[in-house]
Design a protein around this ligand. Structure first.
Ligand code: TMP
Length: 208
């Protein structure tokens, strides 16, 4: 076991991260861990305000660089206020999205230079590398159908199919490059099957 347990969940929209997070929480708690659930952008009062700005469809004029720096500002606050103290106290932190999302969305999605994203990420989070990243992967079409069934969409969800194809591919590439950290879960299966798979992965990794 590492000194800390920092688990992140990633994936395009509509892959079922919210349900998956509850499964992660339950399995870890069953294994005697104290679990803190949090999310990005957000997780702090300041971060949630930044999240509202980022997700609002009224902010269509936002430039990709503004978007990047707002996300990073929310992350810096989140690390200082929530993640760092929680890990230092021995908690397991489970975070809905983290830096992989920045490479996938702002890098592959928006087309920002990956080396700039890497430098900016290193600047604010040099010590926080997730111990496990669950990548919920499903074809863009599957995610789109689930978003549509929810009704209201946010500023990211309004992007076109190509945007999400690039993001999905980027996530899968990252998973291929770091097979030890990533676990790719087929999220096109039923919710029950996805939950079972997550449970199995976590038991293998954390089970006593
Ligand atoms: P959520 O809908 O999964 O809660 O995430 C909110 C949106 O923020 C989602 O569309 C992805 C986006 N996002 C980025 O573009 N870059 C990031 O670094 C993070 C953390 C999220």
């Amino acid at each position: 076991m590492s000194d800390y347990e920092f688990i992140t969940l990633e994936g395009i929209e509509g892959v079922g991260k919210s349900t998956a997070i509850q499964v992660v929480k339950r399995v870890l708690e069953d294994n005697g861990r104290n679990v803190i659930i949090t999310r990005e952008p957000g997780g702090t009062a300041i971060g949630e305000k930044i999240r509202d700005i980022l997700l609002s469809t009224q902010n269509d004029a936002m430039s990709p660089v503004s978007e990047l720096f707002l996300l990073l500002a929310a992350r810096a606050q989140h690390l200082a206020e929530v993640v760092s103290p929680a890990l230092a106290s021995g908690n397991c932190v489970v975070c809905d999205r983290f830096f992989d999302a920045t490479f996938a969305y702002q890098g592959a999605g928006r087309g920002l230079d990956m080396s700039i994203i890497k430098s900016a990420t290193d600047l604010i989070s040099p010590f926080f590398v997730p111990t496990l990243t669950l990548l919920l992967d499903a074809p863009v079409e599957v995610g789109f159908k689930r978003i549509e069934s929810r009704g209201k969409t946010d500023r990211f969800e309004e992007q076109n199919r190509d945007f999400f194809e690039r993001i999905r591919e980027s996530y899968l590439n990252r998973a291929r490059l770091e097979p030890k950290r990533f676990c790719v879960i087929d999220a096109s299966q039923s919710l029950g099957e996805v939950s079972d798979r997550i449970e199995l992965v976590l038991k293998e990794k954390f089970g006593n």
